[in-house]
Design a binder for this molecule. Structure first.
Ligand code: FAD
Length: 467
């Protein structure tokens, strides 16, 4: 346990424009809390940075006192990487300024923003940056790992739309990374996670989207098994280019649009999100309605910002959570058989298997253009996750996640999967997630910017020793 004296806190406070919280301070508990209720860590200090200078000061303080460092964006990382026991948390929650340039179609945002904030600001002028599917996820962690959401098929990953980043590297220097400045660092930031520095400001390319988009949500009972799953798969592979989609094994929500007798029952959902007007979407809806009858559907125009919050109620903060993910090239009949066998075995009502199709614009970006840990061949990211209200259900469904994932693994194109969908890591899986070539390149870049491995998120890329 690191022992810091009052004079240490005082010195750090004097040098920082932001707030510095000790365990004795009001606000400390809120600041150390993350999305996963199973994570309960006690940092020695939490430095709520007001800008790059505070980040540099905090890094120097941590170095002088031998403290481990963690970086907190939106706090959504399932393993709780944002907080560390006995170390120093650099909390970016105060960095929330957003500037939208409607003419240039760019959005600048602080490193502590959530997607809800960026979505709301962009939509003031009908623009959107491809983000995630849960609105209180942090822009920071989601972007640095890749960023998959409703707009991936239309405009690519979040990292494909990152234009530049203001980043404080381990030496305390604030750098501007872009295609022209520190291009190696810029490449690494686009997929390499929180390994390379603290991003205080992101600049994104934004696209005209909405403000009204088209939603189609369909749900089939779990008993329909492979019949429903094959129909959903065939529908997804035939979708018009750029249409957003998600497949999920889950319980029907207790929402007003769900018939009372169907609420909370398990099944399979297909969500199709249309950005090209009602006519194109209506064609897809008609196709879905011609298939096996759904237990309920919700088909409606909705504001883009509401689409971005559609599944928020299914992932409340404070649940005990765990996940494992992998990529499959296709949803073959064999993969669907595994899903139909294992999905009914979950116990916690909120445990879920979301499947993200990675297609269209996602596939047009060259593999080596970014550090994203997945090839750009079309594929599906399959994520098996538990969110449980108590330790007993958590233990049951964590075992379910592991069994399910193990049964899927023989069909995977990469069992490394997407680094942002990993609740536990080992070096082999992280290496597998990136592939040897990208991992080695990242490791060499790491040696240049963080030779002492100050930034050590769970999916850690250690500095190359021979660099
Ligand atoms: P945090 O826990 O705050 O940060 C995670 C790590 O990212 C930190 O340890 C740090 O290393 C790094 N980090 C964060 N911000 C910065 C920064 N500004 N500078 C440097 N490093 C930083 N992912 C998707 O792609 N699409 C989805 O639709 C999606 N949905 C999700 C839904 C839920 C309910 C959850 C729990 C996760 C989801 N994710 C999704 C995964 C998500 O991308 C990761 O959990 C991501 O790490 C969250 O970022 P954060 O800033 O909220 O996390």
């Amino acid at each position: 346990m690191t022992t810091l004296g009052i004079e240490d806190y005082t010195a750090l406070r004097r040098q920082s424009a932001g707030t510095v919280l000790t365990p004795a301070d009001h606000g400390y508990d809120a600041a150390r809390t993350v999305w996963n209720g199973g994570v309960d860590r006690y940092p020695a200090l939490i430095a709520q940075a007001g800008g790059p200078a505070d980040v540099a000061t905090a890094l120097e303080f941590a170095r002088q006192h031998g403290l481990a460092v963690s970086v907190k964006g939106g706090g959504h990382n399932m393993r709780g990487d944002a907080v560390c026991d006995d170390g120093l948390v650099i909390d970016l929650s105060a960095l929330r300024a957003i500037t939208v340039n409607a003419t240039a179609r760019t959005i600048h945002c602080g490193g502590g923003c959530t997607w809800a904030e960026v979505d709301a600001a962009g939509q003031q002028v009908g623009l959107a940056v491809p983000g995630g599917t849960v609105s209180d996820t942090g822009v920071g962690g989601l972007t640095l790992g890749g960023g998959v959401g409703w707009l991936t098929a239309r405009h690519g990953l979040t990292v494909d739309n990152l234009l530049s980043a203001e980043v404080v590297t381990a030496d305390g220097v604030a750098r501007h990374a872009s295609a022209d400045e520190h291009p190696d660092l810029f490449w690494a930031l686009r997929g390499g996670g929180g390994n390379f520095g603290v991003v205080t400001r992101f600049e994104f390319r934004a696209h005209p989207v909405g403000p009204i988009v088209q939603l189609g949500l369909f749900f089939w009972p779990i008993e329909q098994g492979t019949g429903a799953l094959r129909f959903i798969r065939d529908t997804v592979v035939a979708l018009p280019p750029g249409m957003g989609a998600m497949i999920a094994g889950l319980n029907a929500p207790p929402a007003p649009f769900v018939p009372p007798e169907v609420q909370q029952t398990p099944g399979y959902a297909l969500v199709v999100a249309g950005f090209d007007g009602p006519e194109q979407h209506a064609g897809v809806v008609a196709e879905v309605r011609s298939g096996p009858p759904a237990a309920f559907e919700l088909v409606s125009p909705i504001p883009y910002v509401e689409l971005q919050k559609l599944i928020d109620p299914g992932s409340p903060r404070g649940m005990l959570s765990y996940e494992k993910a992998l990529y499959v090239d296709t949803l073959s009949d064999e993969v669907l058989d595994v899903i139909a066998e294992y999905q009914p075995q979950k116990s916690a009502p909120l445990s879920i298997t979301p499947i993200f199709p990675l297609r269209d614009t996602y596939t047009t970006v060259p593999d080596d253009a970014t550090a994203f840990g997945g090839t750009r061949a079309p594929k599906f990211a399959v994520n098996v996750a538990t969110m449980a209200p108590d330790p007993e259900l958590y233990a049951t469904d964590r075992a379910w996640v592991r069994r399910f994932w193990t049964a899927l693994a023989p069909h995977a194109s990469s069992t490394g999967g997407y680094v942002n969908f990993m609740a536990d890591y080992d070096e082999d899986r992280v290496r597998a997630a990136y592939g040897a070539t990208k991992f080695d390149r990242l490791s060499r870049i790491k040696a240049g910017y963080d030779p002492d491995n100050v930034f050590r998120p769970g999916a850690n890329i250690r500095p190359a020793v021979d660099a």
